[in-house]
Design a protein around this ligand. Structure first.
Ligand code: PRX
Length: 606
């Protein structure tokens, strides 16, 4: 175990340590005083200030492969080019099954297999711009299918395998999906809503039994059998769509965030600088490709650099995770604060029962990384954890702790070279250091969202003041240019790093026959950052029992997803509403947190 020399007192828990999301400036100052200086191993970026001053995105394009006339394909960059650059026989994917069996696929394997399914998709009539969804657990076909969809110029729609029928339906209807690739275990969720999907032409089932399939349903295996291992990647305009990922906002159903082939420029540079990937790395991103982290930094980014990627189908468990790191000699690890908090809860003994000596770089994303966790990680792994901030919409890491920079525990770090981020007021005026405000970014970075699927109005909201992309987060910047997360500016819930829109949960809740009204908030939670809490009104004559509340929770979990159900439900006689009938979540939250209720003049029964 590599232990970084640190004063012993820094290893002790410190109750007064700055917590992420803490608005108190004195705590920010305390965090600053606690600067973690790191030894300087060779990193892919060595001088932040110099790169920040000189870098421009055209430089990065030199590392990307283009076809004649400036055409490109992100999948060509992720896979095909490694057939010619000496990495052909290098392991691209260590796919670890739920049974812990390891399957190794080289870049040549991924190339051939994605070509075969790509050819099959073309035979099914898939054309440029068609939406093809992947609803699979983390099996090799998830990776080959996603690459194949991009190769034929269609738009890949990643779907988290834990999604229930409601979550599936919203996404497949809105996008007018043409094909979905799934497996026999997940297919029943699709079958439950199939008659509501007039645009869905074919279903492809990985490992399916042909005898069990219906009309316009194929097994993956029958489709690829006999297909050619050769396929010319579609030569795309850099601005042509690559993938479509649904994400939650404060109102309405999830929105489809559209990303383009040009994103690969950003995927490549951030995987190089932030993940610090090099040719001999074995890299494990713990996020599922159903989320943006898993798509960008579990597939396209690391493969663009030709790194070996680990995918693990099994569930979370400290000993299994550490064993996996030891077995595969994982060197670079990208994970999330909730996972790290759970590992911390698992205790030090299980860490020390493993070697973990292969690890050299740890990064984190998705929620505030508590200084306490960072310090613990530093102690037990001997490495600092590098927080990164970004979003589904930003398509790549933007505010980061780079390997070459010191870390201020609790801070998200500094803007990546090529990125200008700022804190502004409601009018878009930049605020001085130390003042809390809206976190905005100067538009134009390579992986910025290009469209909200068929929702121009929503897209424009992100750019409501010319010259800025509004992230929806509140933050503060300190004198030295480090950014500190404060919280969401809207009602979006972040539970265990998963972004959940209260409206989706409320909609699922009121589908239950006993529930007539529902208001949903995020409630702070030590382990998950936030948990989902629902306030509900029961129908006339419905009696509140523990069994009923349990059943409502289960119902929501089944319909939506396991991460998106309310862990707490409170029954109310009525819910506070505005005169126009909107449930006032702000008030529910204030009640829950015993905070002042603020301006309630819009309440309907005032
Ligand atoms: O609120 C911020 C939080 O997660 C949101 C983005 O969620 P999503 O689009 O699902 O993407 C997550 C992974 C890229 C942000 O608006 N968030 C993300 N990273 C951090 C964070 N909050 C605090 N610190 C972070 N490092």
């Amino acid at each position: 175990m590599k232990l970084v020399d640190k004063p012993a007192k820094a290893h002790k828990k410190d109750a007064s340590a700055p917590q992420s999301g803490d608005k108190d400036a004195s705590k920010v100052a305390q965090g600053r005083a606690e600067l973690i200086k790191k030894p300087a191993p060779r990193a892919n970026i060595e001088n932040y200030e110099q790169e920040y001053a000189t870098f421009n995105w055209d430089d990065a394009k030199k590392e990307i492969s283009y076809f004649a006339g400036g055409k490109m394909n992100a999948a060509y960059n992720a896979v095909d080019r490694h057939i010619h650059d000496g990495r052909r026989n290098k392991v691209a994917l260590y796919s670890v099954g739920a049974n812990n069996k390891i399957e190794k696929l080289t870049f040549q394997d991924i190339y051939e297999q994605s070509n075969k399914i790509g050819n099959a998709l073309k035979k099914l009539g898939v054309e440029r711009g068609d939406r093809v969804f992947v609803f699979l657990p983390r099996v090799p076909e998830l990776y080959t299918s996603t690459i194949a969809i991009a190769k034929v110029g269609a738009i890949a729609g990643p779907l988290f395998s834990a999604f229930g029928p409601d979550a599936l339906r919203d996404r497949l209807i809105d996008s007018e999906a043409k094909i979905i690739i799934t497996n026999p275990q997940l297919k029943p969720k699709l079958d439950a809503i199939r008659n509501q999907l007039p645009d869905l032409e074919y279903v492809i089932v990985v490992g399916g039994d042909k005898a069990q399939l219906g009309e316009r349903e194929f097994t993956y295996e029958e489709l690829v059998a006999g297909e050619s291992e050769k396929l010319q990647c579609a030569q795309m305009d850099p601005e042509d769509p690559l993938y479509l990922l649904y994400t939650s906002g404060t109102t309405g159903k999830p929105k489809g965030v559209v990303h383009v082939h040009n994103d690969i420029v950003g995927h490549h540079m951030t995987s190089k600088w932030v993940l610090d990937l090099r040719d001999d790395d074995i890299y494990w991103c713990t996020a599922d490709p159903g989320w943006v982290t898993g798509t960008v930094y579990g597939i396209f980014g690391p493969w663009s650099l030709g790194a070996s990627v680990v995918s693990y189908e099994g569930r979370f468990d400290a000993a299994s995770w550490y064993s996996l790191i030891d077995r595969l000699k994982v060197t670079v690890w990208y994970t999330a604060p909730t996972a790290l908090r759970m590992l911390m809860k698992g205790g030090d003994d299980v860490v020390y029962a493993h070697s973990l000596e292969s690890l050299r770089h740890i990064t984190s994303v998705g929620e505030p990384l508590n200084p306490e966790v960072l310090r613990w990680g530093h102690k037990v792994y001997g490495l600092p954890i590098h927080d990164t901030w970004w979003q589904t919409e930003t398509g790549m890491q933007l505010i980061v702790n780079l390997p070459c920079n010191p870390i201020k525990p609790g801070s998200m770090g500094k803007p990546l070279p090529g990125i200008y981020a700022a804190i502004v007021d409601e009018d878009g005026e930049e605020l001085p250091p130390g003042r809390e405000g809206k976190l905005v970014v100067r538009p134009g970075w390579p992986a910025m969202l290009r469209e909200v699927w068929r929702n121009e109005e929503k897209y424009k909201e992100y750019f409501k003041i010319p010259g800025w992309y509004f992230s929806g987060d509140n933050a503060v910047k300190d004198e030295e240019g480090f950014f500190w997360f404060i919280g969401r500016a809207d009602d979006v819930i972040n539970t265990a790093g998963h972004r959940v829109g209260p409206f989706e949960v409320e909609s699922a809740l009121i589908e239950h026959p006993a529930v007539v009204e529902a208001g949903v908030i995020g409630k702070p939670d030590a382990e998950r950052g936030e948990i989902i809490k629902a306030f509900i009104v029961l129908g006339n004559g419905v009696v509140q029992t523990d069994e009923l509340l349990e059943e409502i929770k289960e119902f929501t979990k089944r319909q939506l997803a396991a991460h998106a159900y309310p862990r707490e439900i409170e029954v109310k006689e009525t819910l506070p509403k505005t005169r126009s009938g909107k449930i006032m979540r702000r008030l529910l939250k204030a009640w829950e947190l015993k905070l002042p209720t603020g301006d309630t003049s819009a309440l309907e029964d005032d």
